[in-house]
Design a protein around this ligand. Structure first.
Ligand code: PBG
Length: 308
């Protein structure tokens, strides 16, 4: 009765990796329990997640081929576009969110176009907008740009509206830090930068005021949900953003955070269930309404057992 913070399956967004192929369920070594799925295995995985009470998924695409511009990102028959069509056909009540970024699709692994060895911000914006429009046209309910280029929320919102897709919502990775905790994801997505790092577009972990600035800009440009990423080392930022805006706030419990729990649990060093629920409760207590987490299904099942 006196508990201040509650955790429920409907707070979770379940991130999934979709890859070409048939009957694919390829384990990702650094993320035990997470797989590369093909469209035909993705659909039952999402149906099972809904059965556990999880209502929303976030799709990352692993394309067949990569090039300098990341053109598979906006291909009409791209892997994410195919997956979205299948999911909206088979599971119309599932909320389908897509990751909008170029890093999984570029051969250099950066989130934007490269000119003279640098990631160029403004030239990248039309490509991100094109990607978002193609996801939305395939049926995505929400798009989630994770590239951290300046001005992309405005560019994507304008492009969606002009394409007659005004009802597609926008979740912004608004305060995304240049973090070591993305390591396992970059293995999973094959998106580690081939040269340099992402510090010219992602944020310095030492900066707190800058998060406020980034979030204010994205709200002004039309974000519907603002996200802080990663979650655990940035709970003060989650609390700051909660205080700043009335928009829903999301926090991304990223791959490295997931991998640490799994590794410790596999060694018998922590009680996995208690650790996961404590961690997710902490993210909610800091102020997140929504948590993106690879633990979504198992946490949802544990919560149902606890309540049942
Ligand atoms: C792509 C992207 C990344 C993640 C989500 N979208 C990796 C990165 O920025 O390098 C990380 C997710 C995770 O670690 O779970 N820009």
């Amino acid at each position: 009765m006196v508990r201040e913070t509650r955790l429920a399956p409907e707070d979770f967004i379940y991130p999934l990796f979709v890859a070409p192929g048939n009957g694919l369920r390829r384990p990702i070594a650094s993320m035990p329990g997470v797989f590369h799925l093909s469209v035909d295995t993705l659909v039952p995985e999402c149906a099972a997640a809904m059965g556990d009470g999880v209502g929303a998924v976030l799709l990352f695409g692993i394309p067949e081929t990569k090039d300098a511009r990341g053109s598979e990102a906006w291909a009409d028959d791209g892997i994410v576009q195919q997956a979205v069509r299948a999911l909206k056909r088979e599971l119309p009540d599932l909320l389908v969110i897509t990751d909008v970024c170029l890093c999984e699709y570029t051969d250099h692994g950066h989130c934007g176009l490269i000119e003279a060895g640098c990631v160029v911000n403004d030239a990248t914006l039309p490509l991100l907008a094109r990607t978002a429009v193609s996801h939305a046209a395939a049926g995505a309910d929400m798009v989630a740009p994770s590239d951290m280029m300046d001005g992309r929320i405005g560019a994507i919102r304008t492009a969606l509206d002009e394409a007659g897709l005004a009802n597609t919502a926008l979740m912004s990775y608004a305060a995304k830090y240049a973090s070591a905790f993305y390591g396992p994801f970059r293995d999973a997505a094959g998106s580690a930068p081939a040269f340099g790092d992402r510090r010219s577009y992602q944020m310095d972990p030492a900066n707190r005021r800058e998060a406020i600035k980034e979030v204010k800009l994205d709200i002004a440009e039309g974000a519907d949900i603002v996200m802080v990423k990663p979650a655990l080392s940035y709970l003060d930022i989650v609390a700051d953003i909660r205080a700043l805006t009335d928009l829903p706030v999301a926090a991304y419990n990223v791959s490295g955070e997931y991998a640490m729990i799994k590794a410790a649990a596999q060694n018998g060093w922590i009680d996995e269930k208690r650790a996961v629920l404590e961690m997710l409760t902490g993210i909610r207590r800091a102020g997140a309404d929504i948590i993106l987490t690879y633990h979504a299904r198992e946490a949802a099942r544990w919560l149902l057992l606890r309540d049942g």
